[in-house]
Design a protein around this ligand. Structure first.
Ligand code: BF8
Ligand code: SF4
Length: 635
């Protein structure tokens, strides 16, 4: 643990970034900060969602003078089609990650590279899915469950299996509205079909498909990604780690893992501890090997191994700019192609590993479950041997580190709070102690803060400002993805220091349970953990999810995945607040269906979106919504 670990402000982080940009200038490096300037102002049609290019009669752009595309589609159809495609792509992306995990599970074996680390969880899910468990070898069971899970992608009949985890009220509502998600690939495929030239242009139908497909993500692909990562790599438990750029070590080989799928990062972490590799690092003149993470991969390995978190989405160039990064090893999603040319300005090796994410100026080491250990060792060795190519005059590691306690899976949250109230009633435990805190008003409610950074918002400023405001108002924050890293970097996951930001009630709970007020629930696929928590709270209280004083928020979102998340969080019944506008402002009709209290989403799934770019106002609106929900419940 570094002894300067402390709370860090956005201004301090920005100063560190500026010093790294100066480092970059010395070697002629490009930066996202510069590219934002080059790209501004953005195309107005794109921003409003009013450009259609799904057939070659177009592209068609809607203006007052040309209110319809060549086929006659109006602006509402075009905006809704774009919105559905955006969301369905997010569903495809998360769910394909989930599918990879199912294949890894299918390849697991006692003497292979991947084992079953949480057999209890595997057995629990097998029972839930009606798979016979008695007398079966755990690996036979794993393979059988993996096949059942893989069928969730393409089965011809039935809904997603995990939908049965929802309270009856939600299931009934979704069935009535015909919004229950079928096979994942079918929902994605149908989204593309519906948005083909000459299919749907009715906004209602397109938005309902956005919900249906997103639900197959949150309660299908993402949930399998989460649950079976736990089975393979262990269900997260609270663990102490450090966060921010200062986790990189000047006298060690620094390997940065970046992306999403833990199948790769787990192996890199493992081989970085190999005595042979450590000896080689020493031979190269380093003190050892330091692995740190960026983006969701960072969340995955932090929660399971306490691997330090170097930064989030808009920090990915920073790790290279330190001049002390021997290798940045990536799998899929949220990886800047900029890392190719940038790594060439330094000695850094940019190592791509997945056929899904291949990039120019990278070294491609194809990684498969069959040869995972061999490839991971090869990658670690490449990094270690690269240490001697480091240019000491270019090394600049800003001394910014915060302490963070991470790893709050639903199981862990239930356990720590059960520990306080001593009310464990079954194998899984109960959320009743958390409910008691909420109904008594000691905690006013909860906000699930998720999502990315986006240069449209000063990096991390919205995440951090909102968290501080919510804590002050006795609202507990559960966080994931790049929002989680923003919190960790700022010190908001430090159980000792962060409680100073809390109101009296929340502070008391944090002290009693020895938890930070901002609970790290994992990566973006792990937002499915938040959905399970909401469902459990609803079942344990008898209150529909939509009436609980709980909301979702993505203040700095940028990706298609984030829109899929938004749609399934709302589809689950939780009002969701956005700090960046989706590309819908070109259609009042679409905007109304997404945000109105009288029609559209609210009527179909009892929840909707609020979009507010003024972050302070966004916070006020969330607090107001939570208080309104409390008042409606009479608590
Ligand atoms: O899935 S929060 S920038 S890293 S998309 Fe990407 Fe956004 Fe970060 Fe993870 Ni999620
Ligand atoms: Fe234009 Fe219609 Fe083709 Fe879209 S589908 S590009 S609106 S003609």
């Amino acid at each position: 643990m570094k002894d300067w670990a402390t709370l860090t402000t956005v201004e301090e982080m920005e100063a560190a970034t500026n010093s790294l940009l100066e480092n970059g200038k010395k070697v002629g490096a490009d930066s996202w900060q510069q590219r934002v300037k080059n790209q501004t102002p953005h195309c107005g049609f794109g921003e409003k969602g009013t450009c259609c290019r799904i057939c070659a009669m177009g592209p068609c752009r809607i203006t007052p003078k040309s209110p319809r595309g060549i086929c006659g589609c109006d602006v509402h159809g075009i905006v809704a089609r774009n919105f559905l495609r955006f969301s369905a792509s997010g569903t495809a992306t998360h769910s394909d990650h989930g599918r990879e995990i199912m294949h890894t599970l299918h390849d697991a074996s006692p003497d292979g590279f991947y084992q079953v680390k949480d057999p209890e969880k595997l057995i629990r899910i097998a029972k839930e899915w009606g798979v016979e468990t008695e007398g079966k070898d755990i690996y036979d069971l794993a393979h059988e469950v993996a096949e059942v899970g893989l069928m969730e992608y393409g089965k011809p009949f039935g809904y997603q299996k995990f939908m049965s985890r929802l309270p009856e009220h939600t299931q009934k509502l979704l069935e009535e509205q015909e919004l229950m998600p079928r096979a994942i690939d079918r929902e994605v495929s149908q989204s593309l079909h519906m948005t083909h030239m000459g299919c749907s242009s009715l906004p209602e139908a397109l938005l309902q498909q956005a919900l249906r497909s997103a639900m197959s993500d949150g309660w299908g692909g993402s949930m399998m990604g989460t649950e079976f990562s736990d089975v393979l790599f262990g269900t997260p438990k609270p663990v102490d780690t450090t966060a921010n750029i200062g986790v990189m070590e000047e006298d060690m080989v620094n390997i940065i893992v970046h992306g999403h799928d833990p199948s790769l990062s787990e192996m890199v972490v493992h081989y970085a501890q190999d005595p042979e590799m450590i000896a080689l690092a020493k031979e190269m003149g380093a003190k050892g090997i330091n692995v740190a993470g960026v983006c969701c991969t960072s969340n995955e390995v932090a929660m399971r191994h306490g691997i330090p978190m170097a930064g989030n989405f808009l920090n990915q160039e920073n790790v290279v700019l330190t001049g002390a990064c021997e290798a940045i090893v990536v799998d899929v999603q949220c990886i800047f192609p900029a890392l190719g040319p940038l790594s060439k300005c330094f000695h850094t090796k940019f190592i791509t590993t997945s056929p899904v994410a291949q990039m120019p100026d990278s070294e491609f080491v194809r990684f498969t479950t069959g040869d995972a250990g061999v490839k991971a060792k090869e990658i670690v060795e490449m990094a270690v041997r690269n240490f001697k190519n480091r240019k000491p005059e270019l090394v600049n590691i800003p001394k910014q580190v915060s302490k963070a306690r991470v790893g709050y899976s639903v199981e862990a949250i239930v356990k720590v709070l059960d520990g306080v109230a001593n009310s464990q009633v079954d194998e899984f435990g109960t959320t009743k102690p958390l409910l008691d805190c909420i109904t008594s008003g000691v905690i006013r409610g909860a906000v699930a803060l998720v999502g990315c950074n986006n240069p449209k918002v000063r990096p991390d400023s919205a995440h951090i400002a909102l968290m501080k405001k919510l804590l002050e108002n006795d609202i507990v924050c559960i966080v994931s993805g790049c929002s989680a890293q923003a919190a960790a970097k700022a010190g908001l996951m430090d159980p000792v220091q962060a409680k100073e930001y809390c109101g009296d009630g929340l502070k008391r709970v944090c002290e009693l349970a020895d938890i930070p007020p901002v609970l790290h629930m994992g990566s973006c696929v792990d937002i499915s953990r938040m959905m399970v928590l909401a469902a459990e709270l609803s079942k344990d209280s008898g209150i529909p999810i939509s009436k609980l004083p709980v909301v979702g928020c993505a203040p700095e979102w940028m990706s298609e995945k984030a829109v899929s998340i938004g749609n399934y969080v709302v589809g689950t019944g939780l009002d969701t607040f956005l700090g960046v506008e989706p590309f819908i402002s070109g259609s009042e009709r679409v905007a109304s269906l997404l945000t109105s209290d009288d029609e559209g989403y609210k009527k179909w799934v009892e929840a909707n979106f609020t979009v507010e770019k003024d972050i302070d106002k966004l916070g006020d609106l969330m607090i107001q919504r939570i208080e309104d929900k409390r008042a409606a419940l009479g608590i």
